[in-house]
Design a protein around this ligand. Sequence first.
Ligand code: ADP
Ligand code: ZN
Length: 610
Amino acid sequence: MTKKHFYNTTLFLLFFLSVVAIPRIAFAVFPATEKIPYSDFKKLVQEDRLEEVLLSSTTIKGILKAEDGQKVKKIVTTGKIDDPDLIKNLEAHNVKFSATTEGGGSQYISLIWFIPMIIFLILITRMRRGTTTGLMSIGKSRANVYIDKDTGVTFDDVAGVDEAKEELKEIIDYLQNPQKYQRLGGKIPKGVLLVGPTGTGKTLLAKAVAGEAQVPFFSISGSGFVEMFVGVGAARVRDLFAQAQEKAPCIIFIDELDALGKVRAAAPISGGHEERENTLNQLLVEMDGFDTRKGVILMAATNRPEILDPALLRPGRFDRHILVDRPDIKGREEILKVHCKNIKLGKDVDIKVIAARTPGFVGADLANVVNEAALLAARMGKDTVGMDSIEEAINRAVAGLEKKKRVMSKKEQEIVAYHESGHALVAESVPGADKVHRISIIPRGISALGYTLQLPTEDRYLLTKSELLDRLAVLMGGRVAEEIKFNEISTGAQNDLERATDIAMSMVREYGMSEKMGPMTFQDGRKPQFLDLGFRKSRELSEEVSKDIDGEVKKIIFDAYTRVKSILEENKYRLEILAKLLLEKEVIEGEELRNIISQNVLTPKKESPD
Ligand code: ADP
Ligand code: ZN
């Protein structure tokens, strides 16, 4: 059998399987689903023929009671209609109901159906690649770009992200009067990248920009681009831009940009990569080619900016980055207000309390909590959504999020609060450290649990020895604060210690700042790195010298440790005040921090030891 014959036979078999055989088996095993009008669905409820109902955000699925002799139960679906009586009716007829994200059994049917289909398609792609016959031109037909003529979303629907909104106002203004900006020859930004964790409202913000400017909204998901067909991804991109340019002014939004914009590999390994890279290249080409004067603005969202191909971030492409971070307590309060607008809340509900109970939650989580609480209250036959239902919904959400490691336990939060307060206090009490801009215990990204943001007051090219020692002290502040408060240390300081060790190493090996070693450098061509075992074996450094270097590095670190310990011991009450406040507010701005410190007489600044 030649290769071609083999392909043809396999193709035929797979085709047969996917189109004829598997659906038959599937329908025998899984119940059939019938689409019915909502009115019929209501009738089924009235006639007591339903056993269970699953509600999702878009559809209602009903499982019929089994009739005599029937082995599999019949399932009906209908589109979701805003019917306030639905829950009441279901209860009146004793129908079990629950909310789901997606429907039950029928999913599997399509899954089973799809497996051979997918193999079939992969084979076709392979063949297409091997031969040059243009077997199919699937490109155009499969482009699923979503177009929203008017998103109807406004800035009022997005809360807790005031800084991002402020930055986006300019874009709206531009979309509304493009001429005004071009009058003087200025160039309009082409691409705006929204960066932040999932569920913080990036998509919502992009829609709101379109809604505010009253322009059409084209959207597509990066993961949707990752296609198996050769050339389809690139064709979709071309299509998208062509369509958008016709409808300008408008917004093109690419969700999950990282799925398609990952760094291009030097040597592509498999076909999948190659295809993604073709798509990415096409996107770059389109971005360079389109004319902002027509009023097309490209927006994209990602929660992993670090893996994006640098080419995407170059000037003229996605050169504006807007951070959409997890909301702080005030932000959560505002988001909750937005989502509670159409909810009948009980008198006992205090939105401030809910906000305080939900640290680490993003907008999507909060929206879920409100919705879940409303369903719970309805199920219990209440007239309003009370605090008890909300508490219950929060507890359920927390359990889910804890599993996904997205929220911290109370204890962890406390540790982080003391840790960050330690950094901040040391930074404010040594002379050579950058001023603290903000302290936060809201987890950001994956690695850092909290952060203390220091901003340099000026650009620095040279650092003195005492400044380096001060920086080192700030880095040690977190670990030492934990030790003072809890008499125990956690793994949270790993990154700090790594950076501290790097500084100490560089001081001894590169800058000649250790008295014992003298003004000499001890490099072996590579940048020194923590735990770089290689340099110990280096031929240039004798064992004795290496030992001395290690000793000096250790001494610098230990001196810094002792110094920080005495600073924080002396400021112990400030540490307490600060950490408690941080736990309560989650974010403290630099000014506020300095106020807190100066309310109590400041202990004299500790000079660097020498
Ligand atoms: P992202 O694109 O960042 O993953 P989405 O914009 O898809 O997040 O948010 C999902 C849903 O969560 C929104 O449709 C909205 O209901 C809710 N939501 C998220 N963030 C906010 C916010 N800042 N204000 C109001 N609602 C929000
Ligand atoms: Zn730290």
